[in-house]
Design a protein around this ligand. Structure first.
Ligand code: OXD
Ligand code: MN
Length: 607
């Protein structure tokens, strides 16, 4: 392993501050993995599971107050507050380094500092980014080995003057009052202290691949997005790829690993999972947008995952997986709420306490066996439908971009934006209703443009501007769509079955991207002619289908008020085009309201 001088100098500086007893440079070898695993079992960072039933799998429990990304303690540290924008927490870099530096000081005494060189994207690809994470957590090292390409190869690829993201992490004392997740896009640096939870500490993922990379992408004219990538192969071998952004709790991992429904099986589609969380997209010489998944693993939510919702995920986590905060069964296997198996008669819950079904806490509330945000970290190659093209250095051509949200009433099952700029507006006005699994009031709408609100490393007004600019640069931009799998009737029943059946909508999206079929123009965008949706083997009553595509102009006009309030916080920095798109939506909805016939006329006009 080549220890380049500029890397070594930085490691020494950080070690002088954190004062570890030892420094270990990770080479990424199997022998190293075995040794680290042995140590983690000794310290209790990992617990052994039943090696026959779950070969190569381990269990980790976090501290009780360290179970999710802490957005309130996550900061973008830029010289000017305006560069972070109103949707990010901001701290002056000098203050941020001083504040975190005081916590890092001596934090690794008695511990080893692991130097983890890693590469997001295939090593050697012109679109990959190299980082080095310094950490005092073996759990972090072992998770990074699953989620990224770790060790000698990325370090050697760096070269003597190579630019890399400087990632520093210490668990310190896991005190929530001394926890900070700091991003310094101007210095290509991330400092995370006081947490051991994945999203806060696996710094290649949300920190490098989204927050820091979004800034680089704006500068270098590419896109770092919170999107899955999915390939749909026809029997003739032609594969089309879609990139899709959804806020948390909208089934992103399930969609990324979709299994065709019985009714469409005869069409012989094969689905390929390219990624479930992050897409880096760039312009290619063919004038199209190409995307790659910079990760090599899945860091997915366990509860609710089962053989009905996501059989591929269940196969993925059957071996060589690290489980975090799930329940432990007496036979050394794991369980979570929404697992295929019935609740075990007894288990150890995620906090390490005995658990049995029906257990209540001191307030009479049911005690969960697994934490609602309990996770699995599993290798990408474990997924039975992983794309063999995942390693392509230039990524894969993207045929469609899909935005989605969870809206019980408002948004139709699917609609297509009129053009790229309208699509950017659709992404920028994305919103989702909170579920019980999220902090906040259930049902409350959270605006989450492009599902990037927690992950955009700069002012989102500039980010929307960057999206608009990319539309100018791409000769053949992919069409943009919006989906809502979660529409409900008045009794709160879901109108659409979701899961594998969503392929019927993706089929329509891809046919539209190929320009093969028409659509119905509405004030919101282009929706399918019902006869163009293949509903073989699926019985959704006509009434429900109509409701799934109904557009309530009053509700949409109310929504435009909410969007306007959201946009207004960006002041004059917001691109004028976004306000123009909002005004155009208002005008179209008002026209429909004043002259309901207009909707019918519009509906008659096939595009
Ligand atoms: C994630 C998230 O963990 O988006 O992927 O919160
Ligand atoms: Mn995510």
């Amino acid at each position: 392993m080549i220890k380049y001088a500029h890397v070594e100098k930085w490691v020494k500086e950080m070690a002088a501050m954190c004062q570890p007893d030892h420094i270990h440079w990770c080479d990424g070898s199997e022998a190293e993995k075995a040794e680290l695993t042995k140590q983690a079992l000794k310290t209790g960072e990992l617990m052994e599971l039943n090696d026959k039933k779950l070969p190569g799998c381990f269990l980790h429990r976090t501290a009780l107050n360290d179970v999710a990304r802490t957005e309130n303690l996550t900061f973008i540290c830029t010289s000017f507050q305006g560069d972070a924008g109103p949707t990010n927490n901001w701290m002056n870099p000098r203050e941020a380094y001083a504040k975190a530096g005081a916590i890092f000081k001596g934090a690794m005494k008695g511990r080893t500092m692991y130097v983890v060189p890693f590469c997001m994207g295939p090593v050697g690809s012109p679109f990959s980014k190299i980082g080095v994470e310094l950490t005092d957590s073996i759990y972090v090292v072992l998770n990074m080995r699953i989620m990224t390409r770790v060790g000698e190869e990325p370090l050697d690829a760096l070269g003597p003057n190579g630019e890399f993201t400087r990632c520093l992490h210490s668990k310190a004392d896991l005190d929530i009052n001394r926890r900070l997740i700091l991003h310094f896009p101007e210095d290509n640096t991330v400092w995370s202290v006081g947490s051991g939870y994945g999203g806060n500490v696996l710094l290649g993922k949300k920190s490098l691949a989204l927050r820091i990379s979004s800034v680089m992408a704006q500068r270098e004219k590419w896109m770092a997005e919170h999107m899955l990538i999915l390939g749909v192969e026809e029997p003739n071998g032609h594969i089309q790829y879609i990139a899709a952004a959804f806020p948390s709790a909208c089934g992103k991992t399930n969609l990324a690993m979709l299994i065709p429904p019985d009714g469409l099986k005869s069409k012989g589609y094969r689905i390929w999972c390219v990624g479930d969380d992050i897409a880096w997209m760039h312009l290619e010489t063919d004038g199209r947008l190409w995307g790659l998944n910079p990760e090599t693993g899945f860091f997915g939510v366990a509860p609710g995952t089962n053989c009905k919702t996501n059989p591929n995920a269940m196969a993925t986590v059957a071996h060589d997986t690290i489980f975090t905060n799930v329940a432990l069964r007496p036979d050394g296997t794991v369980w979570w709420e929404g697992h295929d198996d019935a609740a075990p008669k007894k288990a150890i819950d995620w906090t390490g306490k005995p658990w049995r079904p029906g257990l209540k806490d001191s307030n009479g509330q049911p005690v969960k066996a697994a934490h609602p945000n309990s996770r699995f970290t599993a290798p990408f190659l474990n997924c039975p439908i992983h794309s063999h093209r995942h390693k392509h250095h230039r990524g894969l051509p993207i045929s469609a971009i899909v935005f989605g949200g969870r809206r019980a009433r408002l948004a139709p099952l699917v609609y297509q934006a009129f053009d790229w700029n309208h699509g950017v507006f659709v992404g920028a006005s994305m919103a989702s209703e909170r579920t019980a699994a999220q902090y906040g009031k259930v049902g409350e709408v959270r605006r989450d443009p492009m599902a990037m609100i927690p992950f955009c490393g700069y002012n989102m007004a500039d980010y929307f501007g960057h999206w608009l600019d990319m539309g100018q640069r791409v000769k053949s931009p992919p069409p943009i769509f919006h989906v809502n799998w979660f529409r409900q009737d008045d009794d709160g029943n879901y109108l659409w079955p979701g899961f594998g059946e969503n392929l019927r909508i993706i089929e329509w999206i891809l046919a539209r991207s190929r320009g093969e079929i028409g659509a119905v123009e509405t004030p919101l965008g282009l929706v399918p002619r019902l006869e163009d949706l293949d509903m073989s083997g699926l019985d959704v009553p006509a009434k429900a289908m109509n409701e799934l595509f109904s557009i309530d102009a009053d509700a949409w006009l109310a929504e435009t008020e909410d969007i306007a309030a959201f946009f207004d916080q960006f002041g004059t920095r917001m691109p004028r085009e976004m306000h123009a798109q909002l005004a155009a939506l208002r005008k179209r909805m008002t026209a429909v309201k004043e002259k309901p016939a207009a909707q019918t006329r519009a509906a008659a006009k096939k595009k």
